[in-house]
Design a protein around this ligand. Structure first.
Ligand SMILES: *Cc1c(COP(=O)(O)O)cnc(C)c1O
Length: 384
């Protein structure tokens, strides 16, 4: 929460929740990544916050971009970055979207199976592009232990299969470029990269035995934002990753890239919301209060799903005594409860109409908000 955001909110008088993002924080985060991992290229994960102002700032600072769709590729191009700075990092792409991305100049693609490799080879042929110029990297599964927002088994294959997938790419004339993984989002354990780096180095060795020389390890995202619990500094992640690289690759350290999303924009944003109702379910004074805000799961706070991400919430009564309450959103959907299993501590003096500030909400909020569920408009956002 910065003074610039506070100042902006003091002068804002319209109704409804809004997210305000401070670009100075994004710039500071970019510099910290660049400093903590000096020989690594940064590919900002656009899906975390695709605001044009964020993309153009990062483009100016020299960042590259990880895009999940053709629409994101176009946003990055519109922000002034050239296509060589874009990776199409989604392992699930329609062949016609691959073709479109190739036509827009993108040459770097993620895969996790042979069928996806074949789509890329066919699309390159159709676009009349020399396949040797098209690089593919294979994503491997990662157990995501220690992550507060794990990424399940949806993406990636087992390391043994990655060797086959990369060999397939090589046989089809594409450049078998490297390996990628994602250790799980909001990863608070700096040691999480070590196991994945061990697998990556084995894949490098096995491919080399087949005459295929890989060049790149994509270390993914996972770098955390501070919510309620403290998190290690980016510098500690850089050091742990460097130790892992040296341990598993010796003096033949590959080219590396990172794809921070949350860690780049999370702490740059704050949401101002309003208390719509404070109530109890019975006259029993010991019973927990319910606090309903004008923002909930469908208004941008989707990451409270399973109570995974616990945002810091500030109010004007924070010096008063606090008591547990169930925190919920405003829609007529019973899933729209933010914290109940583990109630949230809020001041007893909190009242209907009070403003609250939800911090650390620069990532994965605005684009998660529904268009008109229950008639509520999408979350407004301002970039300052
Ligand atoms: C979402 C995503 C990221 C960003 O992850 P964070 O945990 O937000 O840093 C990076 N890479 C890929 C491929 C992703 O899908």
């Amino acid at each position: 929460m910065t003074e610039r955001i506070r100042e902006f909110l003091r002068n804002r008088h319209e109704d409804g929740p809004c997210m305000v993002l401070d670009l100075e924080v994004v710039q500071d985060n970019y510099m910290k990544f660049a400093r903590a991992l000096p020989n690594t290229r940064v590919f900002y994960a656009v899906k975390a916050n695709p605001a044009p102002e964020v993309l153009s700032l990062l483009a100016k600072l020299g960042s590259c971009f990880d895009a999940a769709s053709v629409a994101e590729v176009q946003l990055v191009l519109a922000a002034g970055a050239t296509a060589e700075r874009i990776s199409f990092g989604n392992t699930i792409k329609k062949e016609r979207d691959i073709l479109r991305a190739l036509e827009l100049g993108v040459r770097l693609f993620a895969v996790d199976c042979e069928a996806e490799v074949e789509k890329i080879a066919r699309a390159a042929r159709e676009a009349g592009i020399d396949k040797r110029e098209v690089k593919v990297f294979c994503r491997i599964l990662c157990d995501c232990a220690g992550a507060e927002w794990p990424l399940s088994r949806k993406f990636g294959c087992v390391p043994e299969m990655a060797v086959e997938v990369l060999e397939h790419a090589y046989r089809l004339g594409l450049e078998a470029y490297g390996v990628s993984f994602h250790v799980g989002s909001q990863q608070r354990n700096t040691g999480a990269w070590d196991v994945a780096l061990a697998s990556a180095s084995r894949i490098f060795r096995e491919c080399a035995e087949r005459g295929i020389h890989l060049s790149m390890v994509n270390l993914g995202g996972g770098f955390p934002t501070k919510y309620l619990k403290s998190v290690p500094a980016v510098q500690s992640y850089g050091e742990a990753i460097f130790r892992g690289l040296t341990k598993h690759f010796g003096n033949r350290i590959p080219e590396t890239i990172i794809e921070p999303g949350r860690g780049m924009v999370g702490n740059a944003g704050a949401i101002e919301a309003e208390v719509v109702l404070v109530s109890r379910k019975s006259k029993d004074e010991d019973e927990v209060r319910w606090v309903y805000l004008d923002i909930g799961k469908f208004g941008g706070l989707a990451e409270t799903m399973d109570e995974s991400i616990r945002y810091p919430i500030r109010t004007e009564h924070d010096r008063d005594r606090k008591a547990p309450c169930v925190l919920a959103g405003p829609t007529c959907d019973s899933a729209d409860v933010l914290y109940e299993k583990e109630p949230y501590m809020l001041p007893v003096s909190l009242e209907i109409g009070d403003k609250v500030l939800i911090e650390g909400t620069g990532a994965y909020t605005t684009t998660y908000s529904a268009v008109a569920f229950n008639g509520f408009p999408p979350l407004k956002s301002y970039v300052i």
